[in-house]
Design a protein around this ligand. Structure first.
Ligand SMILES: O=C(O)[C@@H](O)[C@H](O)[C@H](O)C(=O)CO
Length: 472
């Protein structure tokens, strides 16, 4: 006996669409009252006056072609939030949260190349899962799709082909972080050695262009001194070269797109002069950014609250936001934004809502609460494997957990606390690749069996995340 997802029922162009859960827990799209010209887009079968199509990737694409609100769109400068979903099962709960908070635009499909590699999903898989989740919950408010932390032309092309429209350009690996603190002579030498011809400039040209310039910000003038400009060139110049290559590749694909430039995953904060030089040099090369992700002061570790001086961070938000308003406008993007509830109000205030919140791992780690509640031993096994593979998993993620503080003999009724405690939370947060390889089938079966419980958990968790960004 199949069961309808009541929220999915929607009428469009004379036909009715709904999603149902079948006895074997598979899902099917049911279309009634549709002409053959419409159902021809889908792979399915007639059943009386209904057309029934399995919830496959092929039919997700067809659904996007028929229901316009499911086709990824650009959000421009409107407040938005990304809810990366490493499992492909979290979107229904995300939708329920966005339905509850007005004024925040969703990017349900958001995964980095790193995440897709570790979960063995393609960009198409990510987009299709998000499409079915949004349809299941009756979301008709429009959706974005973020090809996150893109570092290669190949992955950009694959994401564009799948239908992504927001491209997070990440040349962070090219940043010379030592230049943040190098002595002046070393900075001058490094800057002079960088080939910036692809930006139609040189270090000397950049110095001539910006050194001594003053930018009038709301809080007062920002004067760009020569050393700071040279340091920006030495530190970010190679990333500018690589970033423009990636951007030119996107432009050459001829697809609808909007761009975020992300240098957040670096060890040192982005200086204000760096912000100015990077953005102005991109703009001088014809690039229009819709979003910029600097490396903020303090520590944005995975899955846990902000670590650092919140007043200093608020000032950092404000300084960068003033620059964005003068040079842009463009959004500022808060990466590793999960679970940092204490800083959302200051970020929204500083940016005046011209902001993007980026989350992902929290939907994974919170799913383990459902595992802990229904299969404590599986949670223990997940933690054990996460610990065994931690040194590999932690690569390229920002965390400082002390694994020696993780308890080993936790009784069934306390296993859920392992999802909350910082050390075990961070270890499992980044353990997703190894864990899904080993236990993915059991985890997804359990979450499908308790889908309403997982959705309710996600709804509550994400209302807490996006409400500070919305108009409630
Ligand atoms: O884990 C990833 O690769 C992404 O989720 C990345 O961390 C993302 O850009 C982010 O900041 C989510 O909070």
């Amino acid at each position: 006996m199949s069961t309808d997802y009541a929220a999915s029922r929607v009428s469009y162009e004379g036909a009715e669409f709904r999603l149902q859960r079948n006895d074997d827990r598979s899902q099917s799209l049911v279309i009634t009252g549709a002409p053959e010209s419409l159902t021809a887009a889908f792979s399915g079968r007639r059943d009386g006056d209904a057309f029934v199509a399995p919830a496959t990737g092929e039919n997700a694409a067809a659904l996007r072609s028929v229901l316009p609100w499911l086709k990824p769109r650009r959000w421009g400068l409107e407040t938005s939030a990304g809810t990366g979903d490493r499992l492909g099962l979290a979107t229904p709960g995300h939708v329920q949260a966005f339905k509850d908070v007005a004024g925040v635009n969703p990017v349900f499909a958001q995964q980095s190349t790193r995440e897709m590699g570790r979960t063995h999903r393609t960009p198409r898989n990510v987009l299709d899962d998000a499409t079915w989740g949004a349809f299941q919950e009756g979301w008709t408010g429009g959706v974005g799709a973020d090809a996150d932390h893109q570092k290669t032309e190949e992955s950009l092309s694959e994401c564009a082909e799948a239908g992504f429209v927001f491209f997070t350009i990440d040349p962070g690996d090219e940043m010379d972080m030592a230049a943040h603190d190098d002595d002046e002579a070393t900075v001058r030498s490094k800057a002079a050695a960088i080939d910036l011809s692809s930006l139609d400039t040189s270090a000397d040209d950049i110095v001539s262009r910006y050194a001594g310039q003053t930018i009038e910000l709301e809080s007062g003038p920002l004067t760009l001194d020569e050393e700071s400009v040279l340091r920006a060139v030495a530190k970010a110049g190679p990333a500018l070269v690589r970033g423009l290559q990636l951007i030119n590749h996107v432009e050459g694909l001829g697809v609808e797109h909007e761009l975020e430039f992300a240098i957040d995953e670096t060890d040192k904060p982005t200086t204000l002069v760096e912000h100015v030089v990077v953005v102005k040099e991109l703009q001088r090369n014809g690039v229009e950014l819709i979003s910029f992700a600097p490396r903020w002061v303090g520590q944005f570790e995975k899955g846990v609250e902000y670590i650092g001086d919140r007043e200093a961070l608020a000032k950092n938000f404000s300084d960068h936001a003033e620059i964005a308003r003068v040079l842009g406008p463009y959004k500022l993007s808060l990466h590793s934004g999960s679970d940092k509830f204490s800083i959302y109000p200051s970020f929204v205030e500083a940016t005046r809502g011209v902001a993007h919140l980026k989350t992902a791992g929290t939907s994974w780690i919170e799913a383990l609460r459902i595992v802990a509640a229904h299969d404590p031993q599986l949670l223990r096994d997940i933690l054990k494997l996460s610990l065994e593979s931690f040194e590999e998993n932690r690569h390229s993620y920002h965390l400082s957990c002390d694994t020696t503080r993780i308890p080993t003999d936790v009784p069934d009724d306390k296993v859920g606390e392992l999802v909350t405690a910082l050390e075990s939370r961070q270890v499992m947060h980044v353990g997703y690749g190894a864990v899904l390889d080993e236990y993915g089938v059991q985890i997804k079966d359990l979450l499908n069996t308790h889908e309403d419980e997982y959705a309710a958990l996600m709804k509550e968790h994400f209302i807490a995340h996006i409400a500070p960004f919305g108009k409630r």
